[in-house]
Design a protein around this ligand. Sequence first.
Ligand SMILES: NC(=O)C1=CN([C@@H]2O[C@H](COP(=O)(O)OP(=O)(O)OC[C@H]3O[C@@H](n4cnc5c(N)ncnc54)[C@H](OP(=O)(O)O)[C@@H]3O)[C@@H](O)[C@H]2O)C=CC1
Ligand SMILES: O=CC(=O)O
Length: 344
Amino acid sequence: MALYTTFCPQLPKQFFKLPLSSHPFYHHWTSRFSSSTVSSSAASSNEASRDGFPARIGFLGLGIMGLPMAQNLIKAGCDVTVWNRTKSKCDHLISMGAKYEPSPQEVASACTVTFAMLADPDSALDVACGKYGALHGMTEGKGYVDVSTVDDTTSKLISQRIKSTGASFLEAPVSGSKKPAEDGQLIFLTAGDATLYEMVSPLLDIMGKSRFYLGEIGNGASMKLVVNMIMGSMMASFSEGLLLSEKVGLDPNVLVEVVSQGAISAPMFSMKGPSMVQSKYPPAFPLKHQQKDMRLALGLAESVSQPTPIAAAANELYKAAKSHGLSDQDFSAVLEALKTKLEN
Ligand SMILES: NC(=O)C1=CN([C@@H]2O[C@H](COP(=O)(O)OP(=O)(O)OC[C@H]3O[C@@H](n4cnc5c(N)ncnc54)[C@H](OP(=O)(O)O)[C@@H]3O)[C@@H](O)[C@H]2O)C=CC1
Ligand SMILES: O=CC(=O)O
């Protein structure tokens, strides 16, 4: 399997303040999506909106990440149709002008491109391919972009099913948390249909600061899992350091400051350290999702017989944190599991 990496530098944000009709992909997009193969509902959705955006865009899954991502599309003038399992989470976006459809199928049917931001492999698969899943609204000429963090096997399965309708599929998990999502500063790790990638790039650039195209389906999912495996191990190690500093009579706030000035400085430590010292974990990246990513990354490592002892040890800590009721706290709450372990 050839892995090739193309880094597409972020176009300046001002670029998107121009009417989209001046974007190089605009004509490509409008001509592709106004082809006769598009269903009638999609054909009507292909008319340029009043702000010059060429298509109706669907967004499925409005949790911590999906909501601000969809919101940024709306703010940029896109014609967005939303769905979420818990309908009340759509209300804010509807008040901003979003349309609503009662199922993923109906969103996909009404839209040209549909994004999905779901919790885990099971929900991503169900929303894409389940009974009222997006699959049933997809036809040739449409695109499905899954931005959830899942494993490569799940992504390949969703891709196969979506493509069996004649539609295109792109996996595009994101690196970056709640604040980068709000600020349109996410990093997209994409793979799959290159034409769809080109077509949705202006939308990715509204939601993100950079994007990587990694080739075959599965490469985006795997890249995301490797990144989050590193992140999860770093957070577990940082937690040990904070607790150790305190136990030996040092001020953990000073440790955060020292770390921030050296070679191991990381924005994550500077951002989360101060609240961790106060045992506060407002959820930006829920701990249950970090543990899911550790589990999936370990499965990935297993598939190629790669030893990952550090990640395996960190995973045990996240599992312990979950069993202590910390699933919905920020993943930095892994520190609490370590405290409990030390106290036991
Ligand atoms: N938070 C973060 O910092 C980041 C998260 N991610 C990844 O993005 C994805 C979403 O994360 P985040 O927004 O934080 O998660 P949340 O837990 O806030 O949101 C999860 C979303 O999935 C929906 N969902 C869950 N189960 C089902 C189901 N069975 N059927 C239909 N919908 C379901 C939820 O619907 P409902 O509202 O009804 O519960 C909600 O819309 C995850 O894969 C995560 O790993 C990636 C980068 C950063
Ligand atoms: O997946 C989480 C993130 O911060 O990236």
